[in-house]
Design a protein. Sequence first.
Length: 74
Amino acid sequence: MNTHITAKVVCTSKTLYSHQTTVKFTPDYADGRNKEWAAATPTLDFTLGLRPDVAERFELSAAYLVTFEKEDTH
């Protein structure tokens, strides 16, 4: 059984606050990649609160892969 789900997302916004940058992502609909996990149009709300120097690593409009994998803690 497949124990992980990979979603293709796009960086849609970066907002700088005093000591944090909020980086938001939405699903990438372009190539059908998200059909693996989505029943219809993929829905995903993914926001990271990062240090500004880390947020610089994410480019607006660039695509990224996010993998969700269950951690076996037992």
